[in-house]
Design a protein. Structure first.
Lengths: 262, 287
């Protein structure tokens, strides 16, 4: 039955070559010419090598930091435990950061999993729905007592990444081909990833700024989010921070609390 | 509505790969048409989709799928078919194609064009899946002959006959990949010319050309369809043979690994143009 042969292929091609374990599949194959183990190996290599390349393309900075050989080894293990569940490979690898965090050989470099998380946020932003950012002009049409009641809708590409290392500087250094010390400093960092137009961008936010954005993305009113932000970072210049987000395209829309989108 | 190029400009086209996107956007080089892998554009948005919309104004487009898995015994994934239908609505391609292969089993995607045993059972599976596809898309598709590295003991139907039967039963067309014919013919010791002669010529709606690699295993040669070099001389010869058999057809150069500068890729398409021009003048000469 075709279904049984396909089940056998699916089971074996993600695993390493083992002439004994491959036997249930090999018995179906023609024996003319080149040995069937070698013929099967071409497909196994195609499947595994191509998926490793997909992961390198999605996680280029993590791959550079880990070193090519180490990254390929990790990727070959990851694809076995978390193979693609759809042909749309631009969405493959979402679970890689969590998996790396638990991958014993990477335990000495805990920032690798965090860098992978940042890269996945960038990947999601790259392929997210397009949309015009919220126009800051809209605020000038509102009265002073309406503004605190505003709730904001994040742009479809907007993502927040929390890290316990300073990833932003390291990410940029690797992008620019900088070599040298490839370890980030320890320290909490909140990175906002966004793509208001065609380019993915990222910016490290202060703790209060991050609290403001998170509150707003969670659906809090501006007044509520501002209160949470000031609790984290007293003396925050909320107005300039909010206009900063409007100009960089963090949000797609806003409306007065309890009202429909405007 | 935006203005779009609806028909190929004439001459061979090229497969559009990400690393050539910017060069295409900037230079708009002359080529017959563009072909992309459908799955790479199945995103909600983003610069890649935008770029393809932009290029669509100047180039006719062919959508070439690698992930529908027409050979899956368990049937097609409806979500993938729906995404393909939306992509077709967005980009209005003049051709839509897939492979005689499978890649999905039990929700697992294996990212390769895996071989089928050529049996009555597989024939029924492939026809059923193509019929479902064509019904969902509201158009017929082209089915590409695979390159293969192994054969099944259970196979009873020669591949070309299998393809001819699929065409007859499902009403689909064929995408004749002459490099795949050559690769499979060497790997499985069959006659590439006889294979092409056994295909229903009228059904061929597109021809693919690509480079392959050669590996020595146990003193024998195994060809690998890696799309990583210029089209090999025997494949050009087979292409000219195919053109004389089926007539001039939209032809395309595929190059995926070790991607060359764009002008090298376009140069291969120009070589295909010369073959197309030869067969067209031969036809005129006869008339």
């Amino acid at each position: 039955m075709l279904r049984d042969i396909q089940a056998e292929f699916a089971q074996r091609l993600l695993n390493p070559r083992s002439d004994r374990e491959d036997e249930a599949l090999l018995v179906h194959l023609d024996e003319t010419g080149i040995r069937r183990e070698e013929r099967l190996a071409v497909y196994r290599n195609n499947v595994q090598a191509s998926l490793i390349e997909v992961l390198i393309a999605a996680y280029p900075v993590t791959a550079k930091l880990a070193g090519d050989k180490n990254f390929r080894f990790a990727a070959s293990r990851f694809l076995r435990s978390d193979p693609p569940n759809q042909a749309r490979l631009l969405a493959y690898g979402a679970g890689f950061a969590d998996w790396v965090a638990a991958f014993e050989p990477a335990a000495g470099q805990p920032w690798l999993a965090e860098m992978a998380r940042l890269e996945w946020a960038r990947n999601e932003a790259l392929f997210a729905a397009d949309g015009d950012p919220l126009d800051a002009q809209i605020l000038t049409k509102l009265s002073a007592d309406e503004i605190p009641e505003l709730v904001f809708l994040g742009h479809p590409a907007t993502r927040m990444v929390h890290a316990s290392y300073r990833l932003d500087r390291l990410w940029r250094a690797v992008q620019e081909g900088e070599t040298g010390r490839q370890e980030p400093e320890a320290g909490d960092e909140n990175i906002l990833v966004l793509r208001p137009g065609l380019r993915v961008d990222q910016v490290a936010l202060t703790p209060g700024d991050a609290a403001l954005v998170e509150g707003l993305l969670a659906g809090k009113t501006l007044a509520e989010a501002a209160e949470a932000a000031l609790a984290v970072e007293a003396g925050l210049d909320l107005q300039s921070i909010l206009f900063g987000h409007l100009s960089r395209g963090t949000f797609a829309a806003c409306r007065r609390s309890g009202m429909h989108s405007g | 509505m935006e203005q779009r190029a609806d028909k190929p400009a004439g001459g061979a086209g090229v497969g559009l790969r990400h690393r050539h996107l910017q060069a295409f956007l900037d230079q708009r080089p002359k080529t017959g048409f563009l072909e992309v892998h459908s799955e790479n554009y199945m995103s909600a948005g983003g610069p890649r989709r935008r770029a393809l919309f932009d290029l669509r104004r100047d180039y006719a487009l062919s959508l070439h799928g690698v992930g529908l898995s027409l050979g899956s015994a368990e049937g097609l994934e409806r979500s993938h078919l729906d995404r393909l239908a939306r992509l077709i609505a967005d980009y209005e391609p003049f051709l839509v194609s897939e492979h005689l292969a499978w890649s999905v089993h039990n929700g697992l995607y294996l990212n390769d064009l895996l071989p089928l045993p050529y049996t009555e059972e597989a024939l029924a599976v492939v026809c059923r899946n193509i019929e479902q596809t064509q019904e969902a898309l509201g158009r017929s598709i082209l089915l590409e002959n695979p390159s293969s590295y192994l054969a099944f003991k259970a196979s009873r139907i020669p591949e070309a006959e299998f393809l001819a039967a699929v065409v007859k039963k499902s009403g689909c067309g064929l995408l004749l990949d002459v490099n795949n014919v050559y690769v499979s013919a060497v790997n499985q010791a069959f006659d590439a010319h006889a294979y092409i002669e056994a295909l229903p010529a009228d059904a061929v709606g597109e021809i693919h050309l690509a480079g392959h690699a050669s590996r020595a295993i146990d003193g024998e040669r195994l060809l690998i369809d890696d799309h990583g070099s210029r089209v090999a001389d025997p494949v050009w010869e087979l292409y000219r043979f195919a053109l004389r058999k089926v007539g001039a057809r939209p032809s395309l150069i595929e190059w995926d690994s070790a991607l060359p500068p764009l002008d090298v890729l376009l140069g291969e398409a120009v070589k295909a143009d010369a073959c197309l021009a030869d067969v067209e003048s031969e036809v005129l000469g006869v008339a």
